[in-house]
Design a protein around this ligand. Structure first.
Ligand SMILES: [Zn+2]
Length: 295
């Protein structure tokens, strides 16, 4: 059994892992869940497609030049139901694997799981995105994402489920492909009504302000699939990744620091707030500072 990342200290220690360490970890983590065949398949189809110990860049070139074909994996939603999730992006797959393979250990003392588990996990994931993009040939080849996000169910002092997500990344060509897939397939799956609505931030010109661009795109599955009783306990946080964001981002943080990491958090944007409300969620749970109350 692999040693799996399962608490704030683990995430803090893995914050500065190399891309090689990250991919090997994810491969082992997926293998540690033999009953979750879908995880192993996702790992094989998406991660190992771009990752090759001897040569990373050829793998990425193959990935970027392929037709966008989703890896379909089965996600166990907050109610325990099985739901197919489709994704075409490596960093989304990394976030998904991390979400599904990190055991949540009970925390006996304050502060809450939100601050003690989700915050360091989100910061580590942001840093991993930068590390992976750098390893596959630098920012000219794979521009890191601007924002990462997490949704989680936190009820009566118990963290039940997390799901990480990321804005699109990479060169403009792959970003566009991924955006189209997110808008037409993922957002439609999360919120079937999305095709009939106009996103508040969409001016008709800049597609990146439309539904699907946000880091919350996959994490919003948490709200979409929760039942009415669970929805009030779904929380979400977004975090800046890059230095040029207002107030800076994880790229400025050499080692994990909880106060700095919290400073890089941001509330859900206008587009996401509309979706959160439409899905029956509590918008305040997606604000910058509300992490959920410990029992
Ligand atoms: Zn948003």
């Amino acid at each position: 059994m692999a040693n799996l990342l399962s608490n704030g200290d683990d995430f803090k220690n893995a914050y500065n892992w190399t891309a090689q360490q990250i991919f090997h970890y994810l491969t082992n983590a997926a293998a540690a869940y033999p009953t979750r065949v879908d995880l192993a398949q996702l790992n094989q189809r998406v991660l190992q497609f771009v990752w090759n110990d001897a040569a990373i860049r050829p793998g990425l070139a193959r990935y970027m030049n392929r037709n966008v074909q989703p890896a379909i994996t089965t996600w166990r939603d907050p109610e325990g139901g099985l739901r197919p999730i489709q994704m075409v992006e490596v960093l989304s797959a990394v976030g998904y694997l991390l979400s599904e393979t990190s055991p949540i250990k009970p925390i006996a003392t304050l502060p809450s799981h939100g601050l003690n588990y989700c915050l360091p996990m989100l910061a580590m994931y942001a840093k991993w995105c930068i590390t992976i993009c750098s390893a596959v040939g630098g920012w000219a080849v794979c521009t890191p994402p601007g924002v990462v996000a997490i949704s989680y169910v936190y009820r009566e002092g118990k963290l039940e489920k997390v799901l990480l997500g990321v804005t699109t990344s990479g060169v403009p060509n792959i970003r566009r492909k991924c955006f189209r897939f997110r808008k037409d397939t993922v957002m439609h799956d999360v919120w079937p009504d999305s095709a009939n609505r106009t996103a508040p931030l969409n001016d008709g010109v800049i597609c990146f302000e439309d539904w699907g661009h946000c880091a919350e795109t996959y994490p919003l599955y948490m709200l979409a699939s929760a039942n009415a009783k669970t929805k009030p306990w779904v929380y979400g946080k977004a975090m800046n990744v890059l230095s040029d964001a207002e107030g800076g981002g994880v790229a400025d943080m050499n080692n994990y620091n909880p106060n700095e990491a919290q400073g890089y958090c941001r509330r859900a944007c206008e587009n996401c707030r509309v979706v959160i409300q439409a899905l029956g969620g509590t918008v305040d749970n997606f604000s910058k500072d509300h992490w959920g109350v410990a029992k």
